[in-house]
Design a protein around this ligand. Sequence first.
Ligand code: ADP
Ligand code: MG
Length: 630
Amino acid sequence: MAKVAINLATGAIQQDELIVGIDLGTTNSLVAYVHPETRQPAAINDLGRGAIVPSVVHFPVDGSSPLIGTEAKDFLLSDPANTIYSVKRLLGKSYRDLGQHAGQLGYKVIDDDSERLVKVRVGERFYSPIELSADILRELRQRAEHALKTPVRRAVITVPAYFNDSQRQATRDAGRLAGLEVLRIVNEPTAAALAYGIGLDPAEEKTVAVYDLGGGTFDISILRLHQGIFEVLSTHGDTWLGGDDMDRAIGEHWVTQAALPPSFRLVPGQRQQLRLAAEMAKRYLSQHDDFTTQLVDGEENVFAVTLTKAEFNGLIAPLVARTIDACRLALSDAKLTTDGQPATAKIDAVLLVGGSTRVPLVYDEVSKFFDQPANRSLDPDEVVALGAAIQADILAGNRRDVLLLDVTPLTLGIETLGGLLDAIIPRNSKIPTKAGRQYTTSVDGQVNLKIGVYQGERDLVSENRKLGEFVLSGIPAMPAGLPKIDVNFFLNADGILRVEAVELRSDTRQQVEIKPQYGLTDEQVEQMLLDSLTNARQDVAARLLIEARTAAEQLLYQVGRFLKKNAAHLEETEVNATNEQADQLRQALAGNDRDLLLKHMDELDELTRPFAERVMNLSIKQAMSGKQIS
Ligand code: ADP
Ligand code: MG
């Protein structure tokens, strides 16, 4: 039922609440809307603070409520351990997914169980990336409400085209936690194209490339518009490539060239100082030819560092080359019919998106590769949010002539005999979509069939991401090969999957919404929502203790498993020290002292980490020399 309100000032009837578009970025976030009268999309700039909200959350040491955005960013330098940035990198990910990247962040990422979602530790508390993203979304929502003087309850949120199911689900959960009804999750390149007005004229036929280089992710997408339908032909990219890598390359260059003391690598505050100076250099060199600044170490020693544009271009050339390689792959995946012409001739426009496309070398290389000047007429920082606002406007029913199709970024399939992935919905399929296949049993009298659902491009399921598993039970006993089991995948417009299995002879059926391993249940989200709304201190304390207990139990389990598996590679003294430390943690588990638990967990973690790293290096070495390690 549509809500109707009367504007008391003008007497006009306002239909429906506003729907905003949100670019929840790795580095920067912003919210935009389509102005109800001018019908133009605009980024929302509350209190003249600028539209861009850095995606940073800072937890003050005095326990007062978190700071978000620019105010929080200032603490990257002075209090890195309590200042969380790039949380989007963690969204919907397990510690295993993160691998070596976990250590690159200035704050603590907790490996509470390698299969489950990561958590961030801030002082005494553990936060999920969903909660932290919700903090950013809540800030954006409040800014929008303040600036527009109207409640904001509904939103479209964008995600990189490469986001998988669990990451999309996590984004949706974060929105709900921030009190937003998320009407649609939209791919960033799709939003960007919309912002450029592509997809709004049904008579238009166009093929465009969207090149998005942000702070942490890179995406290249080939989109095709025809007959009012907007289709993503292919997407490629790298979720670990962006402006941050340019900053890191500059930092590394200074550490070696300017002979900075090791403290600039080791001391978190100095590491951040280096990072921020590097970013400043990069931005400066987008306009100038030479950059100079000074860095100060812990003993007040001053180090002058410089960077020329030519040096900078040399440092980032390999990164830019990687993006061009991805462009090449995306073009060939798009399977454009070329009539002997180069595929780039089929691209009508190249759109530049993301702050890092302000780097002149990026513009030059992209224009060179596509053999045409890339389009950068819209602010590359705002373009995704503007497009999200247009998508919101479409969903609000204000542009009925537009229809958007999207594609799924990764293949979805199920496990078959021998641990192989059987693809049901191949990558780059248009969504929403449905597809299915028929299976049978492999053993006489088999009454249950386990169905494991995976996402990824590798042949072996073990190399892909497991999304969930369910059992079709109650199959009547029949000889092997006789039952007919239809497995169907339904992928909705948000990229969320429902799987259904039916044994046709007996009409035994089972259906699941796939998300258990990575998403949150509705109850969990509601629980978190309640917790975030109420301030009942005891409740929170009790929950924290339980969380710490669970984490401690998981750590003990993992350490035990590690010792057992790697006994051959460990010294006796190491094993003994670990056992002693583990015993202390076990004793702490018997009590109710959360601080003590966390302290012993930390100590156990610190103690075993070097062994674990050593064993890992060893297994990598052995694997490289051709030996199989299991
Ligand atoms: P994300 O989509 O990952 O949130 P953005 O699109 O906001 O990222 O881009 C942020 C990145 O853009 C950062 O790495 C930032 O340093 C970089 N950036 C912003 N302005 C400039 C500039 N003028 N020159 C070079 N890089 C820039
Ligand atoms: Mg972005």
